[in-house]
Write a protein that binds this ligand. Structure first.
Ligand SMILES: CC(C)(COP(=O)(O)OP(=O)(O)OC[C@H]1O[C@@H](n2cnc3c(N)ncnc32)[C@H](O)[C@@H]1OP(=O)(O)O)[C@@H](O)C(=O)NCCC(=O)NCCS
Length: 139
């Protein structure tokens, strides 16, 4: 498995299969765009098949805080430690910052506690009509 924080050589077709169970998922092109626009990201590439099989992103003010909006590993690659490696590598990149936050379901609390994270209370807002990403024609 190759872990990278650069998108050199990564094409849309290498990003098939993510956003499992999302009713209105972003396209692979939109996925590539959000990876490019993130302040930090790490991808896991299966070099045997030249596909991205896991990714994590963070957005940051570059001074105090970062938020981790997305982490996903492709279904066929789960439970091999790829998620753990992605989180570890992302937290290494963010270690100069004060606040590192993410939201997750209750069942994943023990998963993130293993990285030293603590359970807090979050507030969220979701515009479901925007789940696939901004429509570039309508803004
Ligand atoms: C969460 C996720 C990224 C973990 O990736 P992974 O590569 O399978 O994780 P690892 O191999 O590092 O770790 C697997 C461990 O996570 C646990 N785990 C994974 N998903 C879990 C879930 N939804 N609830 C509870 N535990 C979970 C596994 O049981 C396993 O536990 P173990 O180490 O005690 O055996 C992956 O399951 C995934 O993509 N899930 C769907 C998207 C998602 O929920 N993302 C997180 C958003 S906050």
């Amino acid at each position: 498995m190759l872990y990278k924080n650069s998108l050199d050589g990564v094409t849309e077709s290498m990003l098939e299969g993510f956003f499992v169970d999302w009713p209105n998922p972003p396209s692979t092109g939109t996925h590539l765009k959000l990876l490019k626009n993130s302040s930090y990201m790490v991808i896991a590439i299966d070099e045997d098949v030249n596909r991205v099989v896991g990714f994590i992103t963070a957005i940051s003010d570059g001074v105090l805080s970062a938020y981790i909006p997305l982490l996903e590993v492709l279904p066929n690659y789960k439970n091999q430690g790829i998620g753990k490696e992605l989180v570890k590598k992302m937290l290494e990149q963010l270690r100069h910052l004060y606040m590192i936050d993410l939201c997750c379901d209750d069942d994943l609390v023990p998963y993130y506690e293993k990285f030293g994270m603590k359970k807090g209370t979050g507030m969220i807002l979701r515009n479901y009509d925007r789940q696939a990403g901004i429509n570039i024609h309508r803004g």
